[in-house]
Design a protein around this ligand. Structure first.
Ligand code: PNW
Length: 473
């Protein structure tokens, strides 16, 4: 038995997102976001599920916070619904702000640090009607919205994340069609990516100006791509491409103030960078304090099969047509390595997380003096509850989290400045295009009765948080 002890200040938390847990679609003045529109589009989401009710967290918030406190977790990362706070995208709605005001008070009252994400993909539909993230004005609307939320909550929320996973809200949303608004245009995707980055930078400047005392950052999601055959130059090139299209297309503007030359070339046809105006990169690379890192899986990739003319449109979750999110590298192949997979079909590769964190430290965050924080990691499995609703996920989700925590520990030993870890997710919830069918929670939610039951992984995680150490068994 090996016991891994984390630094005494290491933070233990969980994460959620507004559209995935809140429900209460039209209550308190909330109007539709692009996810309401998308989820209500036939064929967009598996089983036709929506976030209309999902966990009903909007009405159950105090008891959900009490549950977190009973698990002894010190931090909770949640997102604010832009469409609740500014239903038309711009005009503040005091009643919407009230909900987050109560949430923050509840958290602070129970000794849990609130970690607020401003944008977890639920753009007000009113802004989508004017082009969404393909419209440059959306970036300034985002900074105004950030100011509105900051004015109300800045006195009690110490950590602010601008965007969650801009890769998903650009490439998966505007090129692949898998996420709202469900478009399949590579050109829209690269423009959206640029405006998301710009919105991030403008929001950072706004937050800094209004409240110099708070911690500010962004959360990016990463894949660790390896060549299927390291001796095959086409596979090595495929790994470079996926790393570029997933990781560096955001990291380089954020930390180096430019798009990487090879990615500009890969995405030249779609027009990466054409939306950039003078001064944008200075805004985008405004200094931040923390980089949130979301990691779920690695992948082995291979070059295109020579002469492959197969259609680029294929089936994904739901029934709507999907395209590759890897703009300019659509024919790169993902090659299964025979590793265990989760219910998402994602390969379980904990050591990828160690490599990712060490690389971020060395190439991006370290030189900039920016801290790292794992803001999401976790797994969906096909849980089998007993008659009382208890899920014994000891050998699935608990093992996944344990092995990834060991990977974080190894990264810290290797010099990565990682301050904490958050399990995705606190609750089973609306898993985007997969609807309610994929369960990531450490707490089970019965979507008929809405009853919450901590799983074995939650009880184990509570003990890890209490002791500050992980035992490898
Ligand atoms: C992240 N992909 O989403 C999100 O931040 C969460 O809201 C989500 O529930 C969680 O991970 C689990 O999926 C992703 O296709 C969705 O590569 C899709 C991908 C990556 C991340």
């Amino acid at each position: 038995m090996t016991e891994l002890t984390f630094p005494p200040s290491f933070s233990w938390g969980t994460a959620t997102a507004a559209y995935q847990i809140e429900g209460a679609r039209h209550e308190g003045g909330r109007r539709d976001s692009i996810w309401d529109t998308f989820a209500h589009t036939p064929g967009a989401v598996v089983n036709g599920d929506t976030g209309d009710v999902t966990c009903d967290h909007y009405h159950r918030m105090p008891s959900d916070v009490a549950l977190m406190a009973s698990l002894g977790l010190d931090t909770y990362r949640f997102s604010v619904s832009w469409a609740r706070v500014c239903p038309d995208g711009r005009t503040p709605n005091p009643e919407g702000l009230d909900f987050y005001d109560r949430l923050v008070d509840e958290l602070v009252g129970r000794g849990i640090r609130p970690w607020l994400t401003l944008y977890h993909w639920d753009l007000p539909q009113a802004l989508q009607d004017r082009g969404g993230w393909t419209n440059r004005d959306t970036a300034s609307a985002f900074a105004e919205y950030a100011g509105t939320v900051l004015e109300r909550l800045g006195d009690r929320v110490p950590v602010w994340t601008t965007l969650n996973e801009p890769w998903c809200s650009s490439f998966l949303s505007y090129a692949a069609g898998e996420h709202a608004p469900g478009h399949t245009s590579p050109t829209e995707a690269v423009d959206a990516a640029h405006h998301l980055l710009l919105g991030h930078g403008l929001a950072v400047q706004r937050i800094r100006a209004d409240r110099p005392d708070v911690t500010v950052g962004i959360t990016t999601n990463h894949t660790v791509a390896e060549p299927a055959d390291p001796s095959n130059p086409a596979d090595v090139d495929a790994a470079r491409r996926i790393d570029g299209a997933f990781n560096r297309v955001f990291l380089d503007p954020l930390f180096r103030g430019e798009y990487p030359a090879d990615v500009l070339e890969d995405m030249a046809e779609a027009g990466l960078g054409r939306a950039a105006r003078d001064g944008d990169f200075a805004v985008i690379s405004s200094p931040i304090d923390v980089l949130g890192v979301n990691y779920y899986n690695g992948a082995a990739v291979a070059g295109a099969v020579p002469g492959d003319e197969s259609p680029l449109v294929f089936a994904g979750p739901g029934e709507l047509p999907r395209r590759s999110p890897y703009v300019g590298s659509e024919r790169v192949r993902f090659v299964p390595r025979g590793l265990p997979v989760t219910a998402m079909g994602w390969e379980v590769q904990p050591e990828g997380l160690t490599r990712l964190l060490v690389r971020l430290q060395e190439e991006y965050t370290g030189p900039a003096g920016v801290r790292l924080h794992v803001t999401e990691n976790g797994a969906a499995y096909d849980d089998v509850p007993d008659a009382a609703g208890f899920v014994d996920d000891t050998h699935t989700r608990r093992a996944y989290v344990r092995d990834h925590l060991a990977a974080v520990h190894a990264a810290i030993e290797a010099g990565a400045a990682v301050d904490g870890y958050m399990v995705w997710s606190m609750l089973d919830n609306f898993e985007w295009a997969w609807g309610l069918a994929k369960r990531f929670g450490i707490v089970r939610v019965d979507f008929d009765t809405l009853q919450r039951t901590p799983k074995a992984s939650a009880l184990w995680y509570a003990e890890v948080a209490r002791s500050g150490s992980v035992t490898l068994d």
